[in-house]
Write a protein of this length. Structure first.
Length: 513
């Protein structure tokens, strides 16, 4: 059996979840649901990154203990994931004992590698990024490039990881394999490699809120070493568990902002620890709104909670997954409403309505077995049959938007098939006496069967994207998608059991102004 392990980043709890977090998590969920559907042993991990100065400071600002504060914000992430129908298998928090235990084991392995040493670190430190910067990376006035706040000159004794020793191996990995996706990000990382890797410090003395380093009470883990290890600690790495051996290595889905950590630091540390490196790191692009960067200070935000309350989880999931994954893209309310009305209400919703009402009217709701075939059927059936390869390819390549494109080709082909075959005329003609009437009846049966069958396939393929709407669709078709032990069999054209009774239900996507 194939296995699929997918992770989202673990998100900082220094603020409530925002749309960027929702975006990555929806994508990971869509992939996880697709792999479960096809029968892969699937594990989907998300969680929260709870250590570091920023988080301690945020708790202070709210007048809460850091424990209460992190509990409260982690609960907000969980609430949003339930609102968005996120089917994670595990949610890890870096403050949990199981994580700390695993991170300490990882730390011991790093120490044992011989690639950790003690040195003095001096550099420009941004407390908001929890990162050191080279002088050349700072903006005029020694401002950090991300938050544009003054960086501090910090000197302290730290543990260092000899990243430079992994230059050749990383270069080989990234040049010769599909480890970093998509291609734009691979090139970006190669650019970083070309400048030569430098060792980095993996402990902090001036940070209090973190995992204490054994034998060095005034020092904690560098937050990124702590955070990255979540991908294995959640699999009970601490106890060398079956879960770890079954699912590691996995696939990391991240935003383009954190690729250096995932594509360089993390694999190098894993190599040092003697553990397998990830299968792939896929970096998606950044969302802007109305052409501007998302920012709480300017108020240019998309609130995931409000958006989901207004539209429901599935349309939100659909719209975000429709955007070119891997590229930057711009959100506008207009585009959202347009996609909802055009793709969901007009195209898919309407196809279901037309089909269900015709089966009701012409066959009292009992889907007929196909009768007479004509060349026009082949056009539809070919599109439906072609979908399987297209969707598989898209999903294997982390391209949910391409899967959507292919699925909607079938939706439009089916709508066009209704217009081309004019079932209402066949219904009239079948009342005629003799051969002509019989032929029209056999044609009508084929047309309606093919429409129902197309909808069944559409329901299968949209179920990772819009799980609730897919269920609504299959309920109306009078079937379930639950007994899908044989993925290839279930999606063969012709799988709809003729003679089944459809059950007209509520409009799937009510049109909105
Ligand atoms: O970086 N568009 O957490 P974080 C799209 N804790 N995605 C966006 C986005 C935008 N405008 N803004 C943020 C951290 N994201 C670390 C990760 S992992 C071991 C530790 C998404 O809360 C995107 O997935 O800052 C990005 O990688 C993530 O939010 C950063 O979340």
């Amino acid at each position: 059996m194939t296995k699929f392990y997918v992770t989202s980043p673990i998100y900082y709890v220094n603020d409530v979840p925002h749309i960027g977090h929702a975006y990555t998590t929806i994508a990971a969920d869509t992939l996880a649901r697709y792999h479960r559907l096809k029968g892969d042993a699937t594990y989907f991990l998300t969680g929260t990154d709870e250590h570091g100065q920023n988080i301690a400071r945020a708790a202070d600002r709210h007048g809460e203990t850091v424990e209460d504060y992190t509990d409260r914000i982690a609960a907000k992430f969980k609430a949003l994931w339930s609102q968005l129908d996120i089917s994670y298998d595990d949610f890890i928090r870096t403050t949990e004992p199981r994580h700390i235990e695993g991170a300490l084991k990882f730390w011991e392995k790093l120490l044992a590698s011989g690639d950790v040493y003690r040195d003095t670190y001096a550099g420009w430190y941004c407390q908001f990024c929890e990162a050191f910067y080279d002088e050349s990376e700072l903006l005029p006035g020694n401002l950090d490039p991300v938050h544009k706040r003054p960086a501090e000159w910090v000197e302290e004794s730290n543990y260092f990881f000899r990243l430079s020793a992994y230059q050749t191996r990383l270069q080989h990995l990234i040049e010769n394999t599909g480890f970093v996706q998509p291609e734009t990000r691979r090139r970006e990382i190669l650019g970083v490699l070309r400048q030569g890797l430098r060792d980095f410090s993996i402990s902090r003395q001036h940070v209090r809120w973190g995992i204490p380093i054994p034998g060095s009470p005034d020092e904690v883990f560098y937050v990124w070493v702590d955070a990255l290890s979540n991908y294995i600690t959640a699999l009970d790495y601490a106890h060398d568990s079956e879960l770890y051996h079954k699912f590691w290595p996995g696939n990391h889905l991240v935003g383009k902002d954190i690729i250096r950590f995932h594509c360089l630091y993390w694999p190098a540390m894993l190599m040092a620890a003697g553990e397998p490196i990830p299968e792939q790191v896929f970096a998606h692009g950044y969302i802007t709104k109305d052409g501007e960067k998302l920012s709480k200070t300017t108020g240019n935000i998309i609130d995931p909670v409000a958006l989901t309350e207004e539209w429901g989880a599935d349309p939100v999931r659909y719209f975000f997954m429709k955007q070119p994954f891997g590229s930057d893209w711009n959100y506008t309310d207009e585009a959202f409403i347009r996609a909802y009305n055009a793709d969901l209400a007009d195209q898919l919703g309407n196809l279901l309505n037309r089909t269900v009402s015709m089966v009701m009217r012409y066959y009292a709701g009992q889907v007929p077995a196909p009768g007479l075939e004509e060349p026009v059927d082949t056009v539809l059936v070919d599109v439906a049959r072609g979908l399987r390869l297209q969707v598989d390819h898209a999903m294997e390549h982390f391209a949910p938007h391409e899967a959507i494109g292919a699925i909607w080709e079938l939706v439009s082909a089916a709508n066009k098939y209704v217009d081309d075959t004019e079932p209402w005329n066949l219904a009239k003609a079948r009342k005629e006496a003799g051969e002509a009437g019989k032929q029209a009846d056999a044609r009508l049966a084929t047309v309606l069967y093919n429409l129902v069958e197309s909808l069944r396939l559409i329901a299968i393929y949209i179920s990772p994207l819009m799980p609730t709407k897919a269920r609504g669709l299959t309920e109306q078709l009078g079937i379930t998608l639950d007994n899908h032990d044989d993925w290839e069999h279930m999606r063969q054209f012709g799988g709809y059991p003729a003679g089944s009774q459809i059950k007209p239900g509520a409009v799937l996507f009510p049109k909105k102004d």
